[in-house]
Design a binder for this molecule. Structure first.
Ligand code: GUN
Length: 295
């Protein structure tokens, strides 16, 4: 039996449709949700991602602006721009596209973003909120949030399941593990130094792979009937995109699998817009809008 292919594009479209009336309600109250993206240098992948984010904003009626800086920008100029955007009433969400050039202090830059506008969820306050499981006060990082949404929209049980996350980055692996732990899964985190990766992956009811290595996960490493979520996006020498999972082989063994492209990617972008709309609603509520106006 071949796996059900999880259509991330279709789920993302449904979420965007859900967002439209919320954006309309905000606009009726005189607020257009706004996202600011800070882009430093000319990393081609970053440019593509930023293009996808602004396009998705336009689709649901969210204002977006891209603040571009040359790769040799000094730290203080960036900090000053972030502070100005923190104070701007037009902006409800702000992200700094990563990676940043090495001469910049990424942590200091991310910690300058106002917590209530940190829609990537990379500020230490948001990371801390995720650790203690307070998910209604923080913004969950977009990629793991999108993965959780996909699992839930497919009706996949998380509670009590064996989850293996391959990859321990701050953007995906670590927050993913925390979010699924909060949903009461038994979570293992594997990474580049894990000995005999297959010994862990074979136990997974849900396998989330975010390692950045094409074909890292092959069929013998996957339990029959497992749910396989591929977060990898790798550009192969022939120019095509591939995930971290050998899709053709593993789809014959899994119960559900995400394709690359068209799986997790569209969800990442969509959850960013979700967080931005959420941020605008929270800011408006804090400024005294009646609950009923936003319900
Ligand atoms: N670079 C790779 N993924 C991401 C992301 O989700 N947000 C930002 N800001 N940069 C990234």
């Amino acid at each position: 039996m071949t796996a059900k292919i999880i259509d991330g594009k279709a789920v993302a479209q449904r979420v965007r449709q859900e967002l439209k009336p919320r954006v309309e309600r905000l606009r009726a109250l005189g607020v257009q949700p706004g996202l600011a993206v800070i882009l430093v240098g000319s990393n081609p992948a970053s440019k593509v991602y930023v293009g996808q984010k602004t396009k998705a904003c336009a689709e649901v009626g969210v204002h977006s602006e891209v603040h571009e800086f040359p790769g040799n920008v000094d730290q203080d100029s960036l900090i000053r721009r972030i502070q100005a955007l923190n104070a701007s009433p037009k902006i409800h969400g702000m992200i700094v596209q990563l990676p940043l050039p090495d001469h910049l202090d990424m942590r200091r830059i991310l910690e300058t973003i106002a917590v209530e506008k940190d829609v990537d969820g990379f500020h230490l306050y948001n990371v801390g909120g995720l650790v203690i499981g307070q998910d209604h006060t923080v913004f969950p990082p977009c990629t793991p949030y999108g993965v959780q949404w996909l699992l839930e929209s497919e009706g996949i049980r998380i509670e009590g399941q064996n989850v293996v996350v391959v990859g321990a980055s701050n953007i995906v692996g670590k927050p993913m593990a925390l979010m699924l732990l909060k949903k009461e899964a038994t979570v293992s985190i594997c990474h580049i130094k894990t000995r005999d990766l297959a010994q862990y992956t074979i136990l997974a009811d849900i396998l989330v792979v975010a390692a950045g290595k094409p074909r890292l996960i092959t069929a013998p490493m996957v339990k029959r009937g497992a749910v396989v979520i591929d977060v990898g996006i790798n550009r192969l020498p022939d120019g095509t995109l591939a995930g971290d999972v050998d899709f053709e082989e593993v789809k014959e063994k899994a119960s559900h699998i995400t394709p690359v492209p068209g799986g997790v990617g569209p969800m990442t972008v969509t959850m960013l817009i979700w967080n931005t709309v959420e941020a605008a609603e929270r800011i408006l509520k804090r400024n005294g809008a009646p609950e009923t106006a936003l319900a």
